[in-house]
Design a protein around this ligand. Structure first.
Ligand code: BYC
Length: 336
């Protein structure tokens, strides 16, 4: 039940998108030409079935990540150290819920229902980002989630603003604007702890960085050589930059920020390589990554059961909204 496989619909056994008629060949040629020109595909445009399924998979995993991502931070709302930090945290968590809504709406334009997507999440069939299967143990974790987790998310998501599927690209533009506030508020919370805090608070920040650094590097997905979908997704302009290249950009950006903050990344191999013009970094534990996305991370079970509980507890809200919509629909008839 707690695996994170993503099989919303059984796959067809025939070769994906092999055009069988002259008309189908023409549609495929037009689609390919638009992709090759760097153009966008809209919801009503013809698209190969494999392209549609790839987008449903990626956009729904992304949507699930946003709403599951609310849970580790939600744990700290009642324990935020000041009113200001609490208000910021609440706003951030609400933003993540909003991102989930934009993304589910973008997935729905591809002809899949939100109920089906949520059912796949709640039954454990759908994936969400590996990062949310790690615990937030102290207040510094909330700062580190903003700085590193949202920082990694932005690095991955900015290129998605140019994704070839226009409804996804449009959703990503708004999401990226909000994510950049999330990253900055996290870094600001950590700077306050490091500059104005006690030794114990500085130690909390370092401890949180030690625990989150490696899982954040895993957020970008497996190495390019082991990535199942990258080649096709890059060809279709869904992904614009590869998993490894994005990971490297993230390491380069955050290594400098760590110096300003006064923390050390838990990687003895992390050092500037003049010849490459990048930071070198040590090996990632990919066994841990596959274990976590296979359902056996520190918090997979807890996250899924909390999410299912929230869905069940919210049934009355959905019922009330539907009842209200029904009444609204009946109004003009009543007046007549
Ligand atoms: N976690 O062929 P690959 C956020 C899976 S939200 C879990 O490279 P692809 C935030 C992958 O799905 C962050 N699974 O895949 C929210 C595939 O399995 P399936 C979420 C992962 O799709 C709230 C298999 O491994 N961001 O930051 O080409 C608060 C092979 O991988 C992961 C997005 O979703 C992972 N980390 O590339 C704060 C962005 N990595 O599907 C923050 C949109 C890989 O064959 N998504 N897998 O069963 C993407 O950009 C791409 O889907 C990925 C993976 C780069 C994540």
């Amino acid at each position: 039940m707690y695996t994170q496989a993503m099989d919303i619909e059984p796959q067809s056994s025939e070769a994906p998108d092999a055009p069988r008629t002259a008309n189908a060949q023409q549609l495929l040629a037009r689609f390919n030409a638009r992709i090759d020109d760097g153009g966008f595909i809209e919801a009503k445009d013809w698209m190969p079935e494999h392209y549609r399924k790839t987008l449903v998979r990626q956009i729904s995993q992304h949507a699930h990540s946003e709403i599951v991502g609310m849970l580790p931070e939600g744990n700290w709302v009642t324990r935020a150290p000041t009113l200001k930090r609490k208000a910021i945290l609440l706003a951030k968590i609400q933003d993540e819920g909003g991102h989930g809504l934009y993304l589910y709406a973008a997935a729905e334009t591809l002809g899949v229902s939100r109920d089906a997507l949520l059912e796949a999440l709640h039954s454990g069939r759908a994936k969400y980002s590996s990062i949310f299967n790690y615990p937030t143990l102290n207040w510094a974790d909330i700062g580190v989630v903003g700085w590193l987790v949202d920082g990694a998310a932005i690095m991955n998501q900015v290129p998605l603003c140019r994704c070839s599927y226009a409804p996804y690209a449009r959703a990503m533009i708004r999401i990226c604007r909000e994510e950049s506030f999330h990253q900055r508020q996290g870094y600001d919370a950590l700077l306050t702890m490091m500059r104005e805090g006690t030794d114990a608070q500085r130690a909390m920040v370092q401890d949180a960085v030690n625990r989150w650094w490696w899982p954040c590097l895993m957020m970008f997905g497996p190495p390019d050589a082991d990535s199942t979908h990258s080649e096709q997704s890059m060809r279709w302009g869904i992904k614009r930059i590869s998993n490894d290249d994005l990971r490297q950009k993230f390491v380069d950006a955050t290594a400098a920020q760590a110096n300003v903050l006064g923390v050390t990344m838990p990687d003895p191999d992390l050092r500037w390589n003049e010849a490459r013009g990048h930071f070198d970094f040590g090996p990632i534990d990919w066994d841990e990554f596959w274990r976590v996305i296979g359902g056996d991370g520190p918090c997979n079970r807890e996250r899924l059961s909390t999410r299912v509980q929230a869905w069940e507890d919210g049934a009355w809200v959905r019922d009330a909204a539907l009842a209200h919509a029904r009444k609204q629909a009946e109004m003009p008839q009543r007046a007549a």
